[in-house]
Design a binder for this molecule. Structure first.
Ligand code: HEC
Ligand code: HEC
Length: 340
């Protein structure tokens, strides 16, 4: 009798140990394959510059996937109210039409971020700002998730999640968000023809007549630098631009040159969304430039004292050219869409 009890206890005990062991074996976190991320080659078209990827955060398939997932996940937000994609919508050029949100396009080439250039450095620096300062991400929400610790392991070799790894994954994803297939790109690569209006608009943009190319340079359509284009002559509040960062009077009214890719989708333009049509933007450059000591010298070159003096027809052609900057492949690329 006693023996039977002991035997039962032993069997039950053994079964429990086996069961526990089995649970442990089933938990994917205890069965991780060796850390071996797959290198990812960023697909940059021939007419775009080569992209510098910092050696401390190489691009990998696993890192890009993780970054893309985080970009679309409200779990990154401390109270789950929004994801990055709430304000950066792919079909709207990773912005929201009708707001002053800067589109996410070709960010991997940039080293000055935000309209007033407040964040300078690598895309990783910009993402650290977004994750820590802008979102105030609470990584314990991701750590408690059943999938994220494994995805972080696959991307970075450890299941422990921190804000730096979140920022690095987002940077990897956003580097792949490349636009290089607008009609302008295809025209440059001899894959598409411009209409006569588009050619004349191109010539205005890329010659001393329009002078746009000094700042909206090829093929990114941005020099990535800060300029005062004469929107104001008195500078207060956000309109002071980079002055609010540097506190140097020479920087009054300076803002980062935005990329003009997909600009035709926008319904508001400039850092404060002051213009609502491309015609108004063109008219600004044509007749609206306001003088101040920090005004960019390009705007007051000899012969340009009275503005560009474009005829109504020339303004139309310049606009026809700006419409060739829409990249519909970019706006619908499934690799940039919500993976969740
Ligand atoms: C509530 C809306 C909102 C959300 C959510 C949001 N952003 Fe933004 N984002 C903005 C606005 C507005 C700007 C422009 C602000 C400025 O320049 O002063 C901006 C600018 C940026 C820029 C600068 C782009 C450039 O060209 O300089 C980056 C990068 C960026 N956001 C990344 C992110 C990431 C990553 C997330 C998620 C962690 C995110 N954003 C979430 C509204 C948002
Ligand atoms: C001296 C540099 C410079 C020159 C020259 C220049 N731009 Fe700009 N452009 C900028 C900057 C900087 C901004 C953003 C200004 C701001 O928001 O305060 C801008 C904004 C724009 C925008 C609005 C984009 C958006 O997302 O809101 C358009 C469109 C544009 N420029 C087109 C042109 C055209 C067309 C020309 C030539 C007629 C031109 N630019 C000449 C620097 C320049």
């Amino acid at each position: 009798m006693k023996l039977k009890v002991i035997f039962t206890v032993l069997v039950v005990g053994l079964l429990t140990v086996l069961a526990c062991k089995k649970d442990k074996d089933d938990d994917p976190i205890n069965n991780l394959p060796p850390y071996n991320p797959t290198p990812y080659t960023i697909n940059t078209p021939s007419n775009l510059p080569a992209m510098n990827v910092p050696s401390f955060n190489p691009t990998t398939v696993e890192g890009v996937y993780l970054g893309r997932k985080l970009y679309y996940d409200k779990l990154l937000h401390p109270t789950g109210t929004s994801s990055c994609s709430s304000c950066h919508i792919q079909s709207q050029g990773f912005a929201v039409t009708g707001t002053n949100i800067i589109p996410h396009v070709n960010l991997g080439y940039q080293n000055k971020f935000l309209w007033n250039g407040e964040i300078q450095g690598t895309l990783e620096d910009a993402m650290m700002f977004e994750v820590e300062t802008f979102f105030g991400t609470d990584v314990s929400r991701l750590q408690k998730d059943s999938l994220y610790p494994i995805l972080f392991y696959k991307a970075f070799g450890s299941t422990t999640i921190d804000t730096k790894k979140c920022a690095y994954a987002l940077a990897q994803f956003l580097r792949t968000v490349v636009s290089g297939n607008s009609k302008l790109d295809r025209f440059i690569r001899h894959e598409a023809l411009f209409t006569p209006d588009e050619i004349q608009g191109f010539n205005i943009f890329f010659s001393e007549k329009g002078d746009c190319f000094h700042c909206h340079s090829l093929s990114l359509t941005s020099d990535g630098d800060l300029h005062n284009i004469g929107l104001d002559s008195v500078f207060t509040g956000v309109n002071a631009g980079y002055y609010n960062v540097s506190h140097n009077a020479a920087d009054y009214g300076k803002f980062r040159t935005p990329s003009l890719r997909n600009t035709a989708l926008k319904t508001t333009f400039m850092h404060d969304a002051r213009f609502t049509t491309l015609d108004q933007v063109i008219e600004h450059y044509n007749t609206g430039v306001k003088h101040s000591p920090s005004l960019d010298p390009v705007m007051t070159k000899p012969g340009k004292e009275l503005g560009l003096q474009l005829t109504p027809l020339e303004k139309q052609k310049l606009k026809a050219f700006l419409l060739t900057l829409t990249d519909s492949t970019f706006l619908t690329n499934p690799d940039f869409s919500n993976p969740n």
